[in-house]
Ligand binder design. Structure first.
Ligand SMILES: [Zn+2]
Length: 538
């Protein structure tokens, strides 16, 4: 499985993929933490068999005690022998064997931290909090942490930071990210004008582009070779410089709730967080990188009476989606994303009785605006927005009316604005998130916050689709540490938004920016010149 070398195509412009696959590290800690690290590493293409190796400090017949990563490994292993076979089948080099020395990487929960005071790289998670660091773990009060509904997303947020730090410490990031690369087939034709050349010469790779030759007696015609048809070793011949290895020793406080106080004290305690969200209705727009992590993480925190709708207009999963879209495997290639997401979630959460629905069409204004009259489509025709599947319109409207909270995980700004409008009309909150390269944003639009007021009309109506797809859009580099962080944090916030509405929780996690393995508080407010004339407001 995952033998396709193009899997990491969107990532090879960010990191030295050969260095990533050749990493050799030893890992210890709690079972959830080790497994989460393996899941992110496999998505990253790290520790590849024959080049790299990850050593796990366990005996093969040790039983696995883990419940936070159930939605990320399919089928779920019962012991470490099975776990090692699973990750080997994904192409990883893995050794499960007890060792005497201290592991280089350690992930765990208080109070198990009392067994360990330092590691080259460590991450501590629990009670909606997560910190990662290098060297000494500092002074952590050793008390048991309670189980919460956001334990899975907190763990993934922490492991995303940990793995990002690992790449940074090893000096594996390129100095200058490359957003795309491709091969071109170029043909020279003499005595033909460019337009003629384009008409007379074609390729199975689609239409070409043509230009005049510099000597004026002919044309050059060029065809872009699709990535699937390109030998990976040719794509790989760019010469780039790596960033120097990082020596950052700061603790990164990356969980939904803060673990480090302003005076630098670490605590994993705070106001109680519900153990599980018994009832909640979630609407997720976009089942790509962030959406696939968000949907899994939401179901990890939900009880039996919850439901989840995934709407995505992507018609087919492609191989270069696989490296950061945790829901999909090779067997899903070619399926519509929403359908594959539903299949995968239903398989991994069979006893949750969570109602997962898939709507394989994009969101359009006719879905979100109760009194829509068609005046907002001057930049996109209704056909372009909805495709031919208008049968799903009624279903989308019904799901939007029922939802408690919406998550916007799309690469299309205008569709985010529409979803925000749907939320405004229904008095619901929207959690918005996105990532590009090593950056990400997570923010909540609650209590009538309007996207057009916050970002301005031009930005909010932008139809540019930044995308990890091959064609027709601006391609962006993408790495799993960023998509996993953003999607998991969105899930944690969405769970907290619903809990707060049910008066089970007082505060929700703050808006934040993600940058290179760390997070910062995000300050966003209304644009002052936009208060009165907003077309999105009712
Ligand atoms: Zn507004």
């Amino acid at each position: 499985m995952t033998s396709n070398l193009h899997t990491w195509h969107r990532q090879i412009g960010i990191v030295d993929q050969h260095g990533v696959s050749s990493l050799k590290k030893s890992v210890d800690g709690d079972d959830d933490g080790i497994l989460a690290t393996l899941v992110l590493s496999s998505q990253l293409g790290a520790f590849r068999s024959g080049k790299g190796l990850v050593r796990i400090n366990r005996e093969p017949n040790d039983i696995i005690r883990a419940n936070l990563v159930r939605g990320l490994i399919d089928p779920f292993p019962s012991d470490w022998q099975q776990a090692s076979e699973y990750f080997e089948s994904l192409g990883m080099g893995i050794m499960v064997q007890k060792f005497e020395e201290e592991s280089e990487i350690w992930i765990g929960k208080p109070p198990s931290t009392q067994n360990r005071q330092s590691a080259d790289l460590w991450m501590i998670h629990g009670n909606g909090r997560a910190i990662s660091g290098t060297g000494s773990m500092g002074v952590i009060p050793i008390r048991d942490v309670p189980k919460t509904m956001i334990d899975s997303p907190s763990l993934i947020c922490g492991v995303s930071s940990l793995v990002h730090r690992l790449l940074d410490e090893e000096g594996l990031f390129w100095q200058v990210p490359v957003s795309d690369r491709w091969l071109t087939l170029t043909a020279r034709v003499d005595e033909l004008a460019p337009e003629e050349a384009r008409e007379l010469i074609s390729s199975k790779f689609g239409p070409g582009t043509s230009t005049s030759l510099i000597d004026g007696i002919g044309s050059l015609i060029r065809f872009r070779i699709p990535i699937e048809e390109t030998p990976p070793e040719l794509i790989d011949t760019l010469e780039q410089t790596r960033n120097p290895p990082s020596s950052n020793t700061e603790i990164a406080d990356v969980g939904p709730f803060a673990a480090v106080s302003e005076d630098g004290k670490i605590s994993f305690h705070g106001a109680p967080i519900p153990t599980i969200l018994e009832e909640g209705d979630f609407f997720i727009l976009g089942a790509g990188g962030t959406g696939s992590w968000a949907s899994t993480m939401i179901l990890s925190g939900c009880g039996t009476d919850s439901s989840l709708t995934i709407a995505d207009g992507d018609r087919a999963i492609e191989s270069h989606n696989l490296n950061r879209q945790v829901l999909y495997q090779e067997m899903d290639l070619g399926l519509p994303k929403a359908t594959a997401a539903k299949n995968s979630l239903s398989r991994m959460f069979p006893d949750a009785h969570s109602q997962v629905s898939a709507i394989p069409v994009p969101l359009g204004p006719q879905h979100v605006m109760k009194n829509w009259s068609g005046d907002l489509t001057d930049e996109m025709t209704i056909g372009e927005i909805t495709g031919e599947n208008s049968d799903n319109d009624a279903e989308i409207a019904l799901r939007l009316d029922k939802m408690d909270v919406a998550l916007s995980c799309l690469d299309n700004q205008l569709a985010r604005t529409w979803l925000n409008r749907a939320c405004l009309e229904r008095g619901k909150s929207m959690v918005n998130g996105g990532s590009e390269g090593v950056r990400g944003v997570i923010e909540t639009f609650a209590e009538g916050s309007c996207m057009v007021c916050r970002y301005g009309e031009v930005e909010a109506r932008s139809t540019e689709i930044v995308s990890c797809q091959e064609e027709g859009t601006r391609p962006v580099p993408s790495i799993v540490t960023s998509t996993a962080y953003v999607g998991s944090m969105m899930a944690a916030i969405a769970l907290c938004v619903v809990a707060r509405e049910k008066s089970e929780l007082e505060v929700i996690p703050q808006d934040r920016d993600w940058f290179s393995g760390e997070t910062r508080k995000r300050h966003s407010g209304r644009l002052p010149w936009f208060d009165n004339s907003c077309w999105s407001h009712l």
